[in-house]
Design a protein. Structure first.
Length: 195
């Protein structure tokens, strides 16, 4: 918040709607060398984000396939490396192509809306599990959960509402694809669904 306040003091807020607002503000204020260093840091951080996606997503696909929500080939583990190699290759190719042709701003927005949606679902899911499975072992408990969980979900949705309309459209398309995959395959093959 402090960085945001300083940025809007340096440059008019309407000029900061870019993928790298800090570098933009520094360049506009005449700090071009520092702006370049910050821009380089943004490139490195974007690479780190892509690496995290590349590392985590194949394992999510693996867990989904193990639970029957994806076809069995997605749960195959390489005999030597013990890595879910098929989903790692698929995810790697997708991430590489997106890094090549995708816009940084769109990538940030899609990442934000997906993460915020997941946080909102988790907040609601915690409340649902408290009612549907009250005896589940809970090594970590949140105080005032009846206040914290709904407030968390509401705040996530409020931040999501600030994202551009194109992001909502793309999010809706991916959500429909995911729900379609679940409806046509995952629901019937789920090992977690009661018989």
């Amino acid at each position: 918040m402090i960085v945001g306040a300083v940025l809007t003091g340096m440059v008019k807020y309407t000029e900061l709607g870019v993928a790298d607002p800090l570098a933009k503000a520094l360049n506009s204020a005449g700090f071009t060398t520092v702006g370049w260093i910050v821009a380089l840091g943004a490139v490195v951080s974007m690479s780190a984000v892509l690496l995290v996606f590349q590392y985590g997503q194949p394992r999510i696909f693996y867990a989904m396939a193990r639970d029957g929500l994806l076809p069995p080939w997605a749960a195959k583990v390489h005999a030597k490396t013990r890595v879910p190699h098929i989903t790692t290759l698929i995810t790697g190719i997708f991430v590489a192509l997106w890094a090549l042709i995708g816009d940084a701003g769109e990538t940030y927005n899609l990442t934000n809306i997906g993460t915020l949606f997941a946080f909102a679902l988790v907040s609601i899911g915690v409340l649902v599990l408290r009612k549907t499975d009250p005896l589940r072992p809970r090594p970590f408990r949140v105080k005032w959960i009846l206040l914290v969980a709904p407030l968390s979900a509401i705040l996530c949705v409020l931040v999501m509402l600030g994202l551009p309309g194109e992001t909502w459209i793309r999010f809706a398309v991916w959500l429909v694809i995911g729900l379609g995959l679940y409806g046509f395959y995952g629901h019937r093959h789920s090992r977690l669904r009661p018989p």
